[in-house]
Design a protein around this ligand. Structure first.
Ligand code: CTP
Ligand code: CA
Length: 223
């Protein structure tokens, strides 16, 4: 629908968004990643652009086309995503963290492909924790309005509220996974200091418009 956002509720605003998984190398041909498709983040980027925002999308490895009019920065690892996002965050009005950032990465990356050999022990991977991009942005003195996502297999509301508090962000959007990964529809739970609101199952395109509307309202009532 052309002109869905009338008025353009994010006109003049700058929105930064992360999307997709990250990929944490083990050696030159292997790595740790997850099943995030990036579809929700790309849909939100598109909706925000249609709502008048200037949108920067920091994307992990995904197979999706860049929405029209959106600036896209491609990254692979959580640390690359962190390094791309942090310097950009202060100049943005909104930060939406939809990326499924790998929580851990291998402590050492082998320069050469790790080989099997008769009698050799299986490799043991030591992992170290990745930086929390959303929490770091929320700690900035000049911070955008921060929106987190929480994909949970159970106790959605409780986990989403726990993330709201732990990461100190004003809004967390919950969804139940892994059933939603890669799908074109979803249902959301909006969790903020006031309470909870369910957005019933709809296409990611429709949900992203509802979410952009919600973000715009909160932004307006904040300033
Ligand atoms: N997030 C992030 N950087 C990380 C981990 C998470 O920016 N290193 C963001 C995600 O993009 C999401 C929110 O934080 O918006 C919640 O991510 P989630 O994985 O659900 O939370 P974690 O704090 O990693 O907790 P856990 O995975 O144990 O549930
Ligand atoms: Ca996590």
């Amino acid at each position: 629908v052309i002109g869905f956002f009338q008025p353009k509720v994010l006109q003049g605003k700058k929105l930064l968004i992360t999307a997709g998984p990250t990929f944490e190398p083990i050696d030159p041909v292997r790595g740790l990643t997850n099943l995030s498709s990036g579809k929700m983040g790309f849909a939100i980027a598109r909706a925000a652009q249609e709502a008048g925002a200037e949108v920067t999308l920091v994307a992990g490895p995904v197979h999706l086309d860049t929405p029209a009019g959106v600036r896209r920065i491609d990254v692979r690892t959580a640390r690359q995503m962190f390094d791309a996002v942090l310097p950009l965050a202060p100049e943005h009005d909104v930060f939406v963290a939809t990326a499924a950032v790998a929580d851990w990465r291998p402590a050492d990356v082998s320069d050469a492909k790790i080989k099997k050999a008769p009698g050799r022990d299986v490799p043991v991977l030591e992992l170290v924790e990745n930086p929390d991009i959303l929490a770091a942005v929320a700690r900035l003195a000049r911070r955008p309005y921060c929106v987190g996502f929480a994909a949970e297999s159970h106790d959605l509301a409780r986990h989403a509220r726990e993330k709201l508090q732990r990461k100190n962000v004003p809004l967390v959007v919950g969804n139940l996974g892994p059933a939603t990964f890669g799908r074109d529809d979803n249902a959301l739970l909006l969790v903020d200091a006031q309470g909870e609101r369910e957005v019933p199952c709809a296409s990611k395109r429709a949900l992203s418009r509802v979410l952009v509307q919600e973000i715009a309202q909160r932004l307006a009532s904040r300033s």
